[in-house]
Design a protein around this ligand. Sequence first.
Ligand SMILES: *Cc1c(COP(=O)(O)O)cnc(C)c1O
Length: 424
Amino acid sequence: MQFENTREFAQKLDEQDFLQSYRKEFLFPKVNDKDVIYFTGNSLGLQPKKAKQFVDEVMNDWASLAVEGHFHANKPWWDYHERLAAPLSKIVGAKPSEITVMNTLTVNLHLLMASFYRPTAKRYKIICEEKAFPSDQYMLQSQVRFHGYDPQDAIVEIKKRKGEHNFRTEDIVKTINEVGEECALILMGGVNYYTGQVFDMKTITAEGHKIGSFVGWDLAHAAGNIKLNLHDWDVDFASWCSYKYMNSGPGNASGCYIHERFHNRKDIPRFEGWWGTEKESRFLMKPTFEPMDNADAWQLSNAPILSLAPYLASLTLFEEVGMDVLVEKRNLIVSYLEFILKEIDAQVDSAFEIITPSNPEERGTQLSVFLHGEGKKIFDYLMDNGVITDWREPNVIRLAPAPFYCSFEDMFNFGQILKQGIKS
Ligand SMILES: *Cc1c(COP(=O)(O)O)cnc(C)c1O
């Protein structure tokens, strides 16, 4: 498609947008009395209007039923979490039995590492990408130390080539083969939080399995953003937070995927709790743990219903729309944003550089822009003028036009404001 940097053209794209009506399903903050241009759906997605209704339902059931709500609420609480498995399984490409929702992301990755990071004297190393999200770095270091190893030795970071912004799959594969039989676990972010690069999860998972390693993915920036096929890619385990592209609310519950070959096996160690036991006998309070025959075996506590409610509300929107439609709009709106950025860059004499891969297969919703010169000033100008982006040191703003609620006209308006900001 031949793009044009005009309001008329942007409005025409909005008219043709199948998701246009979904914009009004979300609540926008306002700056100067106008809806903001929201680019931080990769950090905290906007609130779906439906969320309040789902939370109110729980509050009302709690008021009128109290403890009876566990079994007699409109959506009973004792198995409330099970309602999220089917819609999530479509979003991440898994079987519903491979999905469970619990805790928060870093907690879940630790719990999954109890099962999938079991180092031995010979096989104890973990491969990850350099400059992974800090929580992942702290998690891996503390796990390695917990098992008595030295992070310097046990954590192998895949490096980017000098002068390049993104990782190359061939370099990742090379590292996997170099570490070989010493590798106990490969655990990486499926989409890099800083650059927005999408990793070739299928290839990396297959290469990891060839050397006998477990392979897991942190899907914080991938779930609800890109097409995933966790089961077919044969991924061992994965986890994600729900408050980024999945619009579930701040700090909200995390999802987990565990491949079905690990279900119903007594030889997989796990940290266990009563919500992981067979539900038929759960309330008989028996002394021995009989695991659920699915990913719910990893559940520990009774579920945080008030946190699951807005997540479930948001998933109803994903159910209506489906990932294919989201991905189609995402590709178009991100390409349009990229076009506008390039136009402005040419007009204002190379003020910035896009460090996200230009190949649509290697990126999702996010474009990371490296600002030359006075980046922070431009960032502040954008914020003052109703454009919410986020700032990452040393000089990067991340722009993620979430397809559910961002419009093409937003992209045009953003371009005009950015141009003013650079000139001023
Ligand atoms: C957002 C994000 C997290 C956040 O972890 P929480 O436990 O939800 O606070 C972790 N890892 C990555 C890669 C992220 O992008």
